[in-house]
Design a protein around this ligand. Structure first.
Ligand SMILES: [Mg+2]
Length: 230
């Protein structure tokens, strides 16, 4: 069971710079949720005669030479990912329906994007890419498990806060830190999605933005109904 995590000071200062709001909140990851990542990473690996060894949610130990099963060292994976992010951050493709779904939900919800960017220096490229796709929500950069950042973002907001992310590590961290959150594990890549088992703390496991938007839409309908009845 993971421990609750604390928000990092550099993330807290980004949170304090946001406009004050008491609207319901969706906290949404970027990679593999709004922008494709795995498909781009796979192309990048194949061009270097590398490949995922399994469709399994970890990178260290899971990237190796196409002609063998020997994984790259964690240092090599880290270096490869930094190069990959530098090359791809300005040109990732949008996951179908992400922009339409988030913009429609924004009628009732505030949307804040929370992304883990190695180095953080690709943030301007990423903001420009997202804005060009019509996704113009505040973008916060974090590093490490996201529970602390999500709990800090949820202060002053009505429950439940909705958290959307592909990473099981981030979901475990949010469950340990803010158990009231509605947790949506969104994985755009069908192979990684199908290889993922839904954990008990996950409310919806999906790779489809229409399904995800309908699920989130029903949350407010449910709470207003409870309100009328209660
Ligand atoms: Mg992600």
């Amino acid at each position: 069971m993971p421990e609750p995590t604390q928000v990092l000071p550099e993330v807290l200062s980004q949170i304090h710079a946001l406009p004050v709001s008491s609207r319901p909140l969706i906290i949404c990851d970027v990679d593999e949720v709004i922008l494709h990542l795995i498909a781009h990473l796979e192309d990048y690996l194949h061009a270097r005669e590398l490949a995922f060894l399994k469709y399994e949610y970890r990178l260290t130990g899971n990237i190796g030479r196409q002609d063998g099963q020997q994984p790259l060292s964690s240092d090599d994976v880290r270096r490869l990912l930094l190069e990959f992010f530098d090359e791809v951050s300005h040109s990732q493709d949008m996951v179908p329906g992400a922009g339409d779904a988030l913009n429609a939900l924004a009628a009732d919800w505030d949307v804040i994007l929370l992304t883990n960017l190695p180095g953080g220096h690709n943030k301007p490229a990423r903001e420009k890419l997202l804005a060009g796709l019509g996704i113009a929500f505040p973008l916060l950069t974090n590093s490490g498990p996201k529970g602390g950042a999500v709990a800090a973002l949820s202060r002053g907001r009505p429950e439940p806060v909705v958290f959307i992310d592909d990473s099981p590590t981030n979901h475990e961290s949010v469950h340990a830190t803010l158990p009231s959150a509605v947790q949506i594990q969104f994985i755009a890549d069908a192979r990684f999605l199908n290889a993922t088992e839904k954990a008990d703390h996950i409310d919806l496991l999906s790779g489809d933005w229409q399904e995800t938007a309908a699920f989130i839409g029903a949350i407010l309908q449910g709470s207003s109904r409870n309100h009328q009845n209660g």
